[in-house]
Design a protein around this ligand. Structure first.
Ligand code: CTP
Length: 327
């Protein structure tokens, strides 16, 4: 139900069926998702919150509203959740039902990194990059929808399905520690994050002041997480790297695939229109250490994720590692 008003939520909670919608709610055996939308004062009212708790206890999924501009022009909490968040929850409900068509990642533990790391300069400034994390999140959602147990190590606040184990990190070092402490149990690792290559050697404890002049930043190299994973990769593991290039795309990517001992490397030319960072679309080449390279033409990031997962399964089949063959 989107949008679900305070009145509709109250009727549903008490079982009051007076029209087609409330009759259907009482009659259905299907999972139900409720997306409340109302004024802040109504949303905060204990009667509304108690009704929602009651519905939750009965197994109804509530997609909480967001803060923002409301129908009356005022600003506060109670704004209907974004379409993206609602669809993520719908997808999760459908994928956890037995009718989900493709469960070819069942039995696999998948680790995904997403977003750009932030390297602090002082308490308010950092060195960052333009990665949005959308491709990494799409990979996590796709792997989850196809039956994997997914851990997502992310620098972003993007919504995720509740069943995905989400670990928040900020810096390259934190991402390294989070990945390395979980990597030994992962069957497939997607390093989709844009990890900073350099980080400030000193972090100022107080905000740097303009009046003191431009600071001289000394940087040192971060650990290359993908290379570290590649150097201790087990035979059961499939390691997938990502690369955003602006020139000599294929040449640079082939070098990274080789040097970091990845099984697959997904490369995009971020100088091309509609490709990479903030866009919802992407166009990639999936390079393989053992098979033909595959071009995936411009499409949405979820479809790119599906193609990358297909390539992982082909690689694992070739190595006799697919769940149905070896595990
Ligand atoms: N990567 C990583 N740790 C780093 C840097 C990169 O794990 N410190 C991973 C990325 O997550 C990605 C792959 O390595 O999967 C390639 O990242 P990219 O930034 O394209 O390559 P670099 O090796 O950093 O080389 P360059 O920036 O010079 O192109």
């Amino acid at each position: 139900m989107a949008p679900a008003t305070a009145s509709l939520i109250s009727a549903y909670a008490t079982g009051y069926s007076h029209d087609l919608l409330t009759n259907t709610l009482l009659a259905t055996r299907a999972p139900v998702l409720v997306c409340p939308a109302m004024h802040t004062e109504m949303w905060d009212h204990p009667a509304v919150q108690d009704n929602l708790q009651l519905l939750k206890r009965r197994g109804v999924v509530i997609v909480d509203p967001e803060d923002g501009r409301l129908a009356g022009g005022d600003i506060g909490s109670g704004r209907l959740a974004s379409t993206e968040r609602i669809l993520t929850q719908v997808e999760h409900l459908l994928s956890s039902s037995s009718s989900s068509p493709q469960r070819d990642f069942s039995g696999l533990n998948v680790l995904v990194t997403a977003g750009g790391t932030r390297e602090p300069i002082d308490p308010v400034r950092f060195i960052g990059n333009r990665s949005s994390g959308k491709q990494g999140h799409a990979l996590a959602e796709e792997a989850h929808a196809r039956g994997a147990v997914v851990t997502l190590i992310t620098t972003t606040q993007l919504p995720t399905s509740p069943a995905i184990i989400s670990v928040a990190v900020d810096t390259a070092q934190q991402m390294h520690d989070a990945v390395m402490s979980r990597s030994s149990t992962a069957d497939v690792i997607f390093m989709a994050a844009a990890v900073a290559d350099f980080t400030p050697s000193q972090i100022a404890t107080q905000k740097l002041k303009k009046r003191d002049g431009a600071p001289k930043l000394e940087l040192h190299s971060t650990v290359d997480i993908l290379a570290a994973l590649g150097s201790c990769k087990s035979e059961m593991q499939t390691l997938v790297g990502f690369a955003a290039e602006t020139r000599d795309v294929q040449l640079n990517a082939e070098q990274k695939l080789r040097e970091k001992h990845a099984d697959l490397l997904v490369v995009n030319d971020v100088a091309a229109p509609g490709v990479g960072f903030e866009f919802d679309t992407n166009e990639v080449v999936i390079l393989s250490a053992t098979a033909e390279h595959q071009f995936v033409p411009m499409t949405d990031k979820r479809s790119i994720a599906a193609a990358v997962l297909d390539a992982v399964l082909s690689t694992r089949m070739a190595q006799q590692l697919a769940p149905s063959l070896g595990e």
